[in-house]
Structure formats: C-alpha cells, structure tokens
Design a protein around this ligand. Structure first.
Ligand code: COA
Length: 260
C-alpha cells in the first residue's frame, strides 16, 4: 500500500518512526489515514526489524488536530457509530501492538489527536503542545476512546472537566495532571524521544511484550486476575534465553546481549 498521509522510517536500532503527514490540515485524521494506520501497524506488528515505535506529526504546528471535521460533518446516526468503531479499532491495534509505542507530541493534540496519544504507551510532548477533547464544541462526544482512556489515565473528574468544557490545556498543565510523561523544549523533543526509544529497543522484545501485556491488563482485569496474569507471564519469562542472559550478565558484571 502506498501511503499518502503517513511517512514511515525504520532505523538501524529497530525503531519505527511513523509520521502523520497532512500538515496542511494539521494532520487531521481522515478515513484514508485510518486505513493507512491500520495497514502500517499490522505490518509493524509482524516486522522483526521493529522493536519500538514512535508516532509524531509533520509540520511545525500539530501532532494531530483531531478527526477530519469535513468527514465528521457527513455522519448520521447509522454511519456515526461505524465511524467511531473504525477509529477505535485502529487505536486498539496501536495499544495492543505488543511493542512499545511512544507518542512524540509536537503541537496540537486535539480530539482524535489526544485519543491517538492516549492509545500510545508513553507520551513525550514539546513545550508548545496543546491538548484537549473539544468535541463538545462541535456538538458531539469523543469517539475514538477518549471517554475511556482519558478517564483511566488522569481520573474521571479531570477527564470530565476537559470533555465537558472542551477546554484546551498547555503542555505544562498536561504534565501536571499526568496526561504526558515529560515535556521538552521543541528542539529537544525528537532527540529525547529517540533516546528513550533506543534504550527500550536494547531490551528483549519478548520480555517487553510480556511487560506490556501484564501492565495493560489493568485496564480490563480485577486486581487478583491481573496478579494471576503477572505470575503466569513472569513464569514464561523465566523460561526464556533472554532471562538467562540478563541475570547471568548481571552476575558476571557485563552488559547483557538480548537475542529475542
Ligand atoms: N479537521 C479538518 N480540517 C482541520 C482540522 C480538523 N480537525 N483542524 C484543522 N483543520 C484545517 C483547517 O480547516 C485549515 O484548513 P484550510 O487552510 O483549508 O482552511 C487548516 O487545517 C489549518 O487550520 P487553522 O484552523 O487555519 O489553524 P489555526 O492555527 O488557526 O487553528 C486549531 C488551529 C487546531 C485551533 C484549529 O484548526 C482547530 O480548532 N481545529 C479543530 C480542532 C478540533 O475540534 N478537533 C476535534 C475534531 S473531532
């Protein structure tokens, strides 16, 4: 598939950089972009040359300014829920990739853009980034997971304040409420994100996958079921060559070389 709205680069360190590339529309998510994201992440999932993924936006202003409002405007009662489910499906695929996904938020992350960032596992932002769920201003509610993931990440009260007011917040406030992990000067965002991704990509991909599965299960499991899953995956991890390598390397006072 030839992408019109995405740029994809895979580095020698096995980091995939996926750039939303509709800068003239502030990288707004149209239907074609969702198809491309779906295809792209299916490929990244099975690509052994990829251990970690970064998602960012092209241009100076935006990460993603939301769903494409031109396409949104055409929806009706029937098509609207399909429209929402399709976006949710793609964002679920990103969250459930089995490989770490980092959002490098380089500007506006509004509506679907904020929801895209929420479906990533780690969020780094530049100091000019702006966040919000402004759907209420358009007479609609968030439809790509915002009502669920935002509430789980920053708590229900804070999520409701943003969703009900449609208020935009800056990077400093996003950091304060736990919506992003770190904020950097604009020029530092990609170097710092790459530094994090390189460190992650040096770990065992199998063990990264178990860590993601166990931790993301907090979204769907009660505590005891989550603890049971943790023990199961811990046991599976203990049976791997990378576990032998990691623990032996520590005892032999050398750096581990993970192979999986
Ligand atoms: N869908 C479709 N087009 C969008 C868009 C979106 N979500 N966000 C921005 N654009 C387009 C604008 O229509 C404009 O296109 P044009 O040049 O053909 O008119 C272009 O991107 C630049 O946006 P503009 O509004 O001129 O930039 P700005 O700096 O004045 O404002 C924003 C930036 C982000 C505040 C403003 O674009 C905005 O409010 N966007 C919508 C955000 C939103 O409600 N998202 C949730 C959607 S559910």
């Amino acid at each position: 598939m030839i992408y019109e709205n995405l740029l994809v680069e895979i580095t020698t360190e096995k980091i995939a950089i996926v750039t939303l590339n509709r800068p003239e529309k502030l990288n707004a998510l149209n239907d074609a972009t969702f198809d491309e994201l779906d295809h792209c992440f299916s490929g990244l999932q099975v690509n052994d040359e990829v251990k970690c993924v970064i998602i960012t936006g092209s241009g100076e202003k935006a990460f993603v300014a939301g769903a494409d409002i031109l396409e949104l405007n055409r929806q009706n009662k029937q098509s609207g829920s399909v429209f929402s489910s399709k976006g949710q499906g793609v964002f679920n695929k990103i969250e459930q990739l089995g490989k770490p996904v980092i959002a490098a938020i380089n500007g506006f992350a509004l509506g679907g853009g904020c929801e895209l960032a929420l479906s990533c596992h780690i969020r780094y932002a530049s100091d000019n980034a702006k966040f919000g769920q402004p759907e209420i201003n358009l007479g609609i509610i968030p439809g790509y997971g915002g009502t669920q993931r935002l509430a789980r990440l920053i708590n229900v009260g804070r999520a409701l304040e943003l969703i009900l007011s449609g208020r935009m917040i800056d990077a400093e406030e996003a950091l304060k409420i736990g919506l992003v992990n770190k904020v950097f000067e604009k020029s530092e965002l990609m170097p710092k994100t790459m530094e994090l991704a390189s460190g992650i990509a040096s770990k065992s991909s199998g063990i990264l996958g178990y860590a993601l599965s166990a931790t993301l299960a907090t979204n769907s499991l009660d505590l005891q079921s989550g603890l049971d899953l943790e023990s199961e995956l811990f046991g599976i991890a203990c049976g791997t060559n990378d576990f032998q390598e990691g623990t032996s390397a520590f005892l032999e006072k050398r750096k581990p070389v993970f192979r999986e």
